[in-house]
Design a protein around this ligand. Structure first.
Ligand SMILES: C[S@@+](CC[C@H](N)C(=O)[O-])C[C@H]1O[C@@H](n2cnc3c(N)ncnc32)[C@H](O)[C@@H]1O
Length: 405
């Protein structure tokens, strides 16, 4: 049976971040021979973990400095080619980072035929980005230099594999046409819906990290959540399909007709909710000192749990600019650069950096940046390791099976 990949195949990691691809490839025996990451702090975390200097700007790399490799990995930024073209003259796509991948590939194709496989990752809406032009151009560029590219990006998320994070991303896989030139039909098996559990990523109570007080809610946050918990228990509805804006309850002003229609609708619904629950809401308001101590954004509340839970402290909570959002505890929202670190209701504390690592399937041995803000940001930028490992494994298996009959 023909081996598609050497047992200790070499790979490169472009737009490396903290090495989500790196982790995934090493699971299959891969050895990283080059990584490029422009952010010095992120590159420092990369070096701490993999003993490899990743601090390079892709736009300045001489492709001859990159050793020969079998797999090229890249989680490149999504930029609009036509916009770049408009700014600099039609067809001029300088500055669009995807073309640095193509530039590197062309050099390597000339040198030894190029990497056999490409694994690229991007945001979910890559397909619709710039009316579909971005994706079509990406596919064409790769096809023109000899790659057989999956027809449409594969949409995957950690929660498809039982990891409690909703984070849909587009993964693009490609193989050199000399190796396989039939259409790539890759279906990724998913675990059944609702089979994720938040507990699978939470650290245990008796660990040192758990005891660190800094993740705990402060007195203001505790009182605030208790206040909204009371609210949810006291009103006559369990399902609320709109954000609660408590400032509206007591406003005497008529609805501003200059507001967008959706906003007017939310105001009407809040007024209706108030009318239906006037007695309870009035006493709640009094109990909590007319909310005079509550910051403006915290007077808004989004109960996005259907009827799956009945208490704020059973959910996953985020303080967002649009208000306090509560979701059911099956899946965490995507760790997007982690500006709004999720709160685990039942433990009255924030998600820790190690738990963010767990959500991204980084192993316990991973050395996390000591600066928490940076740690959250780096995990928020990373690709989920299990997601990439799963797609890569299925992809290699498919091609092996097709080739070997
Ligand atoms: C979406 S993140 C990819 C994260 C990575 N896949 C991981 O698992 O951590 C994109 C990364 O590209 C880096 N980047 C942006 N422009 C770059 C450039 N010109 N050269 C090298 N890296 C760059 C960013 O700093 C960022 O860390």
């Amino acid at each position: 049976m023909e081996q598609l990949l050497s047992p200790d195949f070499k790979f490169i990691d472009l737009f490396a971040g903290i090495g989500g691809f790196h982790q995934a490839m090493t699971r299959f025996g891969g050895k990283c021979v080059y990584a490029a990451e422009i952010n010095p702090e992120t590159a420092r975390t990369y070096k701490n973990n993999y003993h490899l200097e990743a601090l390079h700007d892709i736009t300045k790399i001489d492709p001859n400095d990159i050793p020969q490799h079998e797999v090229l990995c890249a989680g490149f930024p999504c930029q609009s080619f036509s916009k770049a073209g408009q700014q600099k003259g039609f067809g001029d796509v300088r500055g669009v980072l995807f073309f640095d991948i193509v530039r590197i590939l062309k050099n390597h194709i000339q040198r030894y035929g190029g990497p056999k496989f490409l694994v690229l990752e991007n945001v979910r809406n890559l397909v619709s980005h710039d009316h579909g032009k971005t994706w079509i151009r990406i596919r064409k560029e790769l096809e023109d230099i000899g790659y057989n590219v999956v027809r449409d990006p594969i949409i995957v998320s950690p929660h498809y594999f039982g990891i409690p994070q909703l984070r849909e991303r587009a993964v693009i896989v490609a193989v050199r046409k000399e190796i396989y030139d039939k259409p790539i039909k890759l279906t990724i098996p998913r675990v059944p819906k609702n089979s994720c559990s938040m507990d699978s990523v939470l650290i245990q109570r008796d660990t040192k990290e758990y005891k660190l007080a800094s993740f705990k809610l402060d007195d203001y946050e505790e009182r605030l959540l208790a206040m909204w918990d009371d609210f949810i228990h006291g009103i006559n509805r369990k399902i609320i399909g709109f954000p609660i804006w408590s400032d509206v309850f007591f406003s005497k002003r008529p609805i501003n007709s200059k507001m967008p229609e959706w906003k007017q609708e939310f105001v009407r619904k809040n007024q209706e909710l108030y009318r239906e629950n006037k007695e309870f809401i009035d006493s709640w308001y009094k109990k909590y000192d007319q909310l005079s101590w509550v910051k403006k954004t915290h007077r808004k509340f989004e109960w996005q749990v259907d009827n799956k839970i009945t208490s704020v402290f059973e959910g996953i909570i985020q303080f967002r600019p649009s208000g306090i959002r509560v979701k059911q505890p099956t899946e965490f929202p995507a760790l997007v650069a982690m500006v709004h670190v999720p709160i685990i209701g039942k433990y009255h504390r924030y998600l820790t950096p190690r738990e963010a690592a767990n959500l991204q399937s980084f192993p316990p041995s991973f050395q996390i940046d000591e600066n928490m803000r940076l740690a959250y940001k780096q995990f928020g930028n990373a690709v989920n390791v299990d997601v990439i490992a799963n797609v890569f494994q299925q992809f290699i298996k498919l091609i092996e099976e097709q080739k070997n009959g």
